[in-house]
Write a protein that binds this ligand. Sequence first.
Ligand SMILES: Nc1ncc(C[C@H](C[SeH])C(=O)O)cc1Cl
Ligand SMILES: [Zn+2]
Ligand SMILES: [Zn+2]
Ligand SMILES: [Zn+2]
Ligand SMILES: [Zn+2]
Length: 306
Amino acid sequence: GVFYERYHSLEDIYYWINKTSREHSDMVKVILIGSSSEKRPLYVLKLSGKREEEVNRAMWMDCGIHAREWIAPAFCMWFVNYALAFYNQNTEITEMLNKMDIYILTVMNPDGYKYTWTTDRMWRKNRSENKDSYCAGVDLNRNFDANWCTKGASDDPCDPTYCGQFPESEPETQAVAKFLRSHKDTVKLYLSIHSYSQMLLFPYSCSYNEIPNHNELFELVKEASTKIRRYYRNNYKYGSGAKTIYLAPGGSDDWAYDLGIKYSFTFELQDRGQYGFLLPPSFIPQACNEALLAAKVIALHVINKT
Ligand SMILES: Nc1ncc(C[C@H](C[SeH])C(=O)O)cc1Cl
Ligand SMILES: [Zn+2]
Ligand SMILES: [Zn+2]
Ligand SMILES: [Zn+2]
Ligand SMILES: [Zn+2]
């Protein structure tokens, strides 16, 4: 519906989280995993199929780690709606929900997201106050403990890729890292949704070293990219982060991989720069369908292999 083809304010997103869990209490649970530096709650939606037995497999998807990348939270919301609407109708989503729990963090950086609605549309970081600097904010995707603050991140609090005072210095990073550490035995797949540039990336971004299952993940993103080109006539680049986009440390996908989540990806959604972060709402349906297709290819492979 039209609701999922628009961008929403932070307040609307919180209302939507509450409404969705209330209206789908059979399949949806809300989990509070922590709070932001401005004390906003970080809510994870846990989606499960209508099944008796507990499954020991899960996937995690976060959106909105970077405030200006509005298509990401829009995709998380669109995905939840799609999963609930087509469960028991679409074979792939039914298989996904019957074989694994799906944890969705719709807005990982609520303070930054709010700031892009009120003050600076191009803001990227969170809004924590940096001591000894009048500049605020840490790049949450440089704050994870993965070759932290080496080449590709900045130690300047005024820089958009500021790594923070130490790994996991930020409450948002702490909340995600704590949740994944405590669920690392069941979470088999990690997805982090970003924009823009249309890329399907996997570890490492923090080094040029190849991961042991490089070929397996490469084949997955190649298959996903091929399908997107065939069905939607759109091109997504794919490969390891360091080679495909840039060398950068402290990212969530690299950290999740080293934690033991061997299927770990970052999606860079539409577009390729025409509108960039300001992707018009009319592009939301296709951008989300493309991301859904890639997520399905990867999730179904993970179900068969784990
Ligand atoms: N591990 C990573 N995975 C993906 C990226 C690309 C995103 C794209 Se907005 C970023 O720069 O934070 C960056 C890193 Cl450090
Ligand atoms: Zn709204
Ligand atoms: Zn329901
Ligand atoms: Zn990003
Ligand atoms: Zn990006």
